[in-house]
Design a protein around this ligand. Structure first.
Ligand SMILES: C[S@@+](CC[C@H](N)C(=O)[O-])C[C@H]1O[C@@H](n2cnc3c(N)ncnc32)[C@H](O)[C@@H]1O
Length: 324
């Protein structure tokens, strides 16, 4: 039953399609629904009355929880206003894990403080069975001097050489600003945002489902990381865009045999548990205190497409390349 859905984007209404997915069959569900803010979608009128919008949201949220495995997780991306209602539904049928604040400027909504974050609700189907991996991101550094921007005081010698554990405030992933990286879609998410969520909550070959596919951010992130995907989308044009991108994506976002998330040749997210194997691929300062001004440098930015392996350079060359 599930096999016919796997690794495809299906055209249609997500509630009808979700109803065809068996109970407890999906490892991670992620939804980025229309925000009811009158955005210019092709096939969807983004302006329902408040109660109508909330009743509609509740019906697909219930389905998302139903299809998620007991070890699985449920993510909902939206503006904080709608997440307060979503949390109210979800608290009755799943276990709250985090409210992730994704630092990104949003649309002003009248006389307000300037909205500067989106929220991502993270629920476990069952907290005790949840599959969850801690993840790390590179330390933030001054662009020119390479010094850490945060003052760690006397704790610099115990810093992780790659970067900090990811907290529930994400400031290192930016919305897609340049049109050359955007599709014809009003609210496409960055792929490495989804990659972080996928690395945090799934393993290779696990199944990820997104009921509001858009132009395929979740499916592409899943494919890059060797996961299986299912997407639902009303609009055939968005599905065409997704499929043409998927055709050009390889499941090879790896260093050695380890899945990692990267963006424009910068590693964005790794799993903490992978560091002991990953570190051999990085130039690391001998003295821990040098982490203050010496980033972990990947020993090559060159990928061999045939073998999916990083080509080793010698450490001195890598260091000079970084500092040039
Ligand atoms: C906020 S966008 C998702 C963007 C997506 N995360 C991306 O990065 O491309 C919401 C999408 O849901 C689609 N949509 C709206 N109502 C839907 C429904 N009932 N079933 C399936 N898709 C729907 C819209 O066409 C739109 O592409």
């Amino acid at each position: 039953m599930l096999d016919s859905f796997l690794n495809r984007i299906h055209q249609g209404d997500c509630i009808n399609l979700l109803k065809q997915i068996p109970d407890n069959s999906i490892d991670m569900t992620f939804a980025d629904p229309p925000f009811n803010l009158k955005k210019g979608y092709n096939s969807y009128k983004d302006s329902l009355a408040l109660q109508e919008y909330l009743i509609w949201c509740e019906s697909w949220i219930i389905e998302m929880v139903r299809i998620t495995k007991p070890s699985g997780s449920i993510f909902l991306h939206n503006i904080p206003k709608w997440l307060t209602y979503y949390a109210n539904f979800l608290n009755k049928i799943a276990d709250f894990k985090h409210w992730i604040s994704w630092d990104a400027p949003t649309m002003p909504m009248g006389k307000t403080l300037q909205p500067n974050h989106y929220g991502i609700l993270f629920y476990a189907k069952h907290m005790k069975q949840l599959k969850f991996y801690e993840v790390r991101y590179p330390h933030k550094r001054d662009r020119k001097s390479k010094y850490l921007t945060k003052d760690y005081g006397g704790k610099k010698n115990i810093l992780h050489p790659f970067g900090s554990l990811v907290s529930d405030v994400w400031t290192d992933i930016h919305r897609i600003k340049h049109t050359k990286y955007r599709d014809e879609h009003p609210c496409q998410l960055p792929i490495h945002l989804l990659e972080r969520i996928i690395l945090m909550t799934t393993d290779e070959n696990d199944i990820v489902l997104d009921p509001f596919n858009g132009t395929g951010t979740t499916a592409i992130a899943a494919k890059k990381l060797g996961r299986q995907y299912i997407g639902f989308e009303l609009d055939p044009n968005y599905i065409d865009i997704t499929n043409s991108k998927l055709n050009n994506i390889k499941s090879n976002s790896k260093i050695g045999n380890i899945w990692v998330s990267s963006y424009l040749d910068k590693i964005m997210t790794i799993r903490d548990c992978d560091w002991s194997s990953l570190k051999e691929y990085f130039y690391l300062p001998e003295n821990p205190e040098e982490i203050d001004y010496t980033p972990a440098i990947l020993l090559s930015t060159t990928r061999s497409s045939s073998s999916n392996r990083q080509m080793p350079l010698n450490k001195k060359a890598a260091f000079e390349m970084f500092n040039s």
